[in-house]
Design a protein around this ligand. Sequence first.
Ligand code: HEC
Ligand code: HEC
Length: 390
Amino acid sequence: MTVRTAIIILNVAAAVVLAVTVAWRVLSLRRNPDESEPQNLSPAYPDDVLETSKLERVLFWSLICSGILALALPLYWLREPNRQAEATDGFDERSVERGAELYADQTMETYNATVSLGCASCHGANGEGGTAPTILQPPEEGAAPVRVSWQAPALDTVLLRYPREQVKQILVYGRPGTPMPAWGVEGGGSKNDQAIEDVLNYLETIQLSPAGAKQLQANPVEAAVAEAEDQLERARANLAQAEEGLAAAGTAEDRRLAEEAVELAEQAVESTEARLAEVEGATEGQILFEDNCARCHTQGWNYYDPTDARIPLPAEQGSGGFGPNLTGGVTVQQFPGPTGVADMVAFVTQGSLFQKPYGVRGIGSGRMPGFGQVLSEEQIQAIVEYERDL
Ligand code: HEC
Ligand code: HEC
């Protein structure tokens, strides 16, 4: 039981006692309606009584009351600075709790059907990143819509990469043209500033340490090769299944569909084989670029999946998307001269800052994240070298 509930119970009890007393007084008057003697006519205490037992009783009770005051005031004073700090902590704790509720999806304990926004269903229960199922319309005429898994970035490192204000901006306005919706009222969403702050306060509590974040990307090439091998295995399994389907197909229509499926599966095996060969021959800089940068700087990378031949392939690596085109030597022009590499490493380490110039002619919008807390210096160096050759 908290102090708060104890005080509430005490107050309710006092109110009940007061009500009972008043009721009892009124009822007892009704029961004895005879006039009683007026108080000014009844005899008072004689001096003897007044100055001895009566006086002592009054003095005794005043001593008790003074004692209570003398104890209570210092106790209250002692707790005061703490009380204010606790009240502030309490505000923060409740804000984080509300944020956790907003973040949750149906599978989680903190889920609340009327409040939760389901960030977790795309970004993962612990903010480790995930995918958003999306329907994509390929640009070719007559092409059927395709189902893709759009990468939803990890949020357990988001405040290591962006200042809090920038993350707020993303939450309020979303990312137009991607599955990330706008949540804030200003962006056309339904959440007021307080709710957005609650989500941000919750995100603060799930951030990894910079060391922990760097650990996740300690062996990028190994991880990429393992993933490409896995994709090839899946593509081969799909092909085997499609061929079985073809063998079992009865009607001409079934046969036609099964042949299409086999053709798609064969294309997927080819693309995954090519992907594995590419990854095995790739530098660390390229893999790190694919893992960290391509989702913004390469159109279509967010849903690249060589195991499904219906999904369009990404544009040329680094040719621009949400972030600018980095190919054709533009980064060397932006960061030229003998200090070019160091300047560019510094830019990628820090990220872009709103309205702050960078390079020769860049003006930051704040939308380019900084990687200094999630990648090691050598890794950023490797990415920069890869980029300057694009
Ligand atoms: C329908 C799936 C979906 C939901 C729900 C969703 N997001 Fe996103 N979010 C995405 C995708 C996809 C991206 C990446 C967009 C892109 O490709 O640029 C993204 C991007 C972000 C980013 C930018 C991260 C970065 O590193 O650039 C933040 C921050 C973010 N989301 C927070 C949230 C929060 C907080 C919620 C819940 C209030 C939420 N998202 C709900 C799909 C979703
Ligand atoms: C969330 C999207 C996003 C990600 C992820 C991202 N960038 Fe960027 N990048 C941008 C945007 C947007 C700009 C343009 C600058 C601005 O708007 O502030 C930019 C600009 C740049 C520039 C300057 C280009 C020029 O000519 O002006 C370089 C270099 C760059 N990014 C490198 C990288 C590298 C390296 C990574 C990965 C380690 C990366 N970016 C990841 C969004 C992103």
